[in-house]
Ligand binder design. Structure first.
Ligand code: ADE
Length: 228
């Protein structure tokens, strides 16, 4: 199964780098993921490339207009049916690993990045099926948030990680933080690697890692253990 992600943005340059390296690059090269950015100005309402306007009622900032967004979405819908049309916004549903897992099983996603003060409310109501925030802070636009979401989803697509089970042990997959990891040398400036990892008994290693995960979660993120 492969996934396509289309992204509508006024700053496509911001999305050139994040998907062209490392794991996401491999996913695209293997044909498991296709990411395409679309410059909203292609659907601008006039020759000044206008896509935004002042907010009715006054106030600071500009709002992305209905027409360019509606035309962009509808043109892209001619090519494929989207499983979700996602708007990146600080007032959306807070992104987490569970949402990422669910989205990684979808076929076609369309992501809309807001800029300035956001997009006209009528576009949200008419087209958007899901609204995602990556955290309680305000970015200057949705592009970096979209990059976070695409990266998180991309590595979960079956076949992308070389060892398919490796995402199973990520932080948050069981509402637990990941255990500490070590590599060579066994002793660095007098600090040694825990003995159990050097002994090579897989069952003991697994138990140790679970204990460490629990302990880390207890001390750093007790909210996860309470299921909050
Ligand atoms: N756009 C601006 N801030 C954002 C956030 N925190 N999450 C998603 N999209 C955003």
């Amino acid at each position: 199964m492969s996934m396509t992600i289309d992204i509508i943005t006024v700053v496509p340059e911001l999305l050139e780098g994040p998907f062209s390296h490392s794991i996401l690059k491999r996913a695209r090269n293997k044909g498991l993921l296709s990411v395409k950015t679309h410059n909203l100005r292609k659907w601008a309402i006039n020759k000044h490339a206008q896509v935004d306007d002042y907010p009715y009622g006054g106030g600071a900032g500009m709002v992305l207009m209905c027409e360019p967004l509606a035309n962009a979405i509808e043109e892209l819908q001619q090519e494929k049916k989207f499983d979700e049309i996602i708007y990146m916004t600080p007032d959306g549903h807070r992104f987490d690993q569970q949402t990422a897992n669910q989205l990684s099983l979808k076929g076609n996603l369309l992501i809309i990045c807001g800029h300035y003060k956001g997009i006209d409310e009528r576009i949200r109501q008419r087209f958007v099926t899901m609204e995602i925030s990556i955290g309680d802070y305000v970015l200057s636009g949705g592009e970096l948030a979209a990059a976070v979401v695409v990266d998180t989803i991309g590595r979960l697509i079956p076949g992308v990680l070389s060892d398919e089970t490796s995402a199973l042990f990520d932080s948050f997959q069981d509402n637990l933080l990941a255990p500490p990891v070590y590599t060579r040398p066994a002793s660095f400036r007098g600090d040694s690697v825990p003995e159990i990892l050097l002994q090579g008994d897989p069952k003991k290693v697994e138990e140790w890692r679970y204990e460490q995960s629990l302990e880390r979660t207890r001390t750093r993120r007790p909210d996860l253990l309470r299921g909050e």
